[in-house]
Design a protein around this ligand. Structure first.
Ligand code: GLN
Length: 469
């Protein structure tokens, strides 16, 4: 059996396969992974002639959908049905793609392992004792499990790239502002960006083509023409300068990971790319800066869940204050509460200058480092993660260890850049990911490089033991 791609799906459809029923059967077969929070047979699927006509997929459960509940992995929104569709939900529906369900995720997209979901952890199809990554763990696992050819995700600090790396699939995070955030439940608004997880860079290109573009309903979406991503695929990497950032190959990155990712980069070199060593000196500061800024924004965004307008409401509250505090105490999980407390603290009048302001200054330095590096190179490369997927429960007692493992992904969000994780081989039978980072709004060059690598290698098509065959 082969890995599901857009091409294989179209071929199967032409040969008479009912793609929708096939996907629903696959989802049943993979149910043990707990990758979906909601699965349903869409009513009255219109056969449009759009670019993704008839292709089944799933949305991460933070994109608002009128037809399915949107839980955001939280008890707070366990029964929430949105009165409107997110812009990308509308766009994908208009392309003819068929959503069969909503993917499991860390609560409010806070996490790196999917263990923070109120709906239980997702299991990694490569080894069910291990995490699939997070927060888009369900999206990555459902693609790796060969249930659908693609899934949407969101990436605030790595949540598309890291689970893609852990599950051996391709994850694409566009430039901040390239894809509308309208209807995407907010975590940290200056960092959040919708992305896509699929088998290949080529498939990510096709899906992003549908998702990308200006949206007047999102003031941070950028009014700028969208490149022809498909046209970028076959450009080839001859002469392309790829900067190997020393800080992405730091001491914290396991030796085997460094060697595996170097070997994948040598494939790009063999295809004509030029590898050069570069430095991003302030990258090590990205974890503290991110874990101040993201919780600060989260504490503000999550203030809206008060038990009054929507979301979980405590049953026996005595007065308004009690209603707020009980509803929030009952509706939010531990990690979300930790972030709200941290965020409220760093924004409070006595500590604002020492933490929040300082983190914003560090954010600027990190963005400057990237700008300096991109004066000389077209792409920046390194491992997506310091190690392969860790065991369930391995880091749950130590939030700082969990945060520290995000070291190679969060700087990209602080700088607002596009980046992609592509399968780069295996370490002890578990997938490793190569991260490629691009210049702002230069998604095309990422697709060129990803496709060049995937034309020479087949790591991205390898099927996990837990994949549906
Ligand atoms: N792991 C990071 C966090 O917990 C990133 C999550 C994300 O990108 N949504 O905040």
């Amino acid at each position: 059996m082969i890995a599901l791609t857009l091409a294989s799906q179209r071929a199967a459809c032409a040969a008479g396969t009912d793609l929708l029923n096939d996907a629903l059967q696959r989802a049943e077969a993979a149910a043990g992974l707990n990758a979906l929070i909601t699965l349903d047979k869409p009513a009255g699927v219109a056969t449009t002639g759009g670019d993704l006509a008839g292709i089944p997929f799933v949305h991460k459960d933070l994109f608002c959908t009128t037809g399915q509940r949107t839980t955001c992995g939280s008890k707070m929104l366990a029964n929430f049905v949105s009165p409107y569709d997110a812009t990308i939900v509308e766009r994908l529906a208009a392309s003819g793609a068929v959503s069969i369900g909503k993917a499991n995720m860390d609560e409010f997209a806070m996490g790196s392992s999917n263990e923070n979901s109120a709906f239980g952890p997702v299991l990694n199809p490569w080894d069910t004792a291990r995490v699939p990554g997070g927060s888009s763990g369900g999206s990555a696992a459902i693609v790796a499990a060969n249930v659908v050819a693609f899934a949407t995700g969101s990436d605030t600090g790595g949540s598309v790239r890291q689970p893609a790396a852990f599950c051996g699939v391709t994850g694409f995070k566009p430039t901040y502002g390239r894809v509308s955030r309208f209807g995407m439940v907010a975590y940290a608004s200056s960092l959040d960006q919708a992305g896509v997880i699929a088998r290949s860079a080529a498939d990510c290109a096709e899906v992003l083509q549908v998702m990308a573009g200006h949206d007047p309903r999102d003031a941070t979406s950028v009014d700028r023409p969208v490149d022809d991503y498909r046209a970028a695929l076959d450009r080839g990497v001859r002469g392309l300068r790829i900067g190997l950032a020393r800080e992405l190959f730091s001491a914290g990155v396991r030796d085997a990971m460094q060697a595996t990712v170097h070997a994948a980069l040598r494939e790009l070199e063999a295809a004509g790319a030029v590898l050069v060593d570069i430095d991003l000196p302030t990258l090590p500061l990205s974890i503290p800066a991110y874990y101040v800024i993201a919780p600060a924004e989260a504490s503000s965004n999550l203030a809206r869940y008060d038990g009054v307008r929507y979301g979980h409401r405590a049953a026996d509250a005595k007065g308004l204050r009690d209603l707020y505090s009980r509803s929030r105490a009952e509706g939010f999980g531990t990690e979300v509460k930790r972030r709200i407390l941290t965020g409220t603290y760093v924004l409070s009048s006595g500590y604002y200058d020492a933490y929040y302001l300082r983190a914003q200054q560090v954010r600027r330095l990190i963005a400057n480092d990237f700008a300096r590096a991109f004066a000389d190179v077209d792409l920046i490369a390194g491992p997506t993660t310091p190690d392969v997927a860790f065991k369930l429960g391995e880091k749950t007692a130590d939030p700082l260890a969990m945060y520290a493992a995000d070291i190679n992904t969060v700087a990209v969000n602080l700088a607002g850049l596009p980046a992609m994780s592509v399968p780069a081989g295996f370490i002890d039978g578990l997938p490793a990911g190569l991260q490629l980072i691009g210049k702002a709004f230069d998604e095309s060059t990422l697709f060129t490089a990803g496709h060049a690598l995937q034309s020479r290698t087949d790591w991205h098509l390898a099927l996990a033991p837990g994949a549906v065959r």
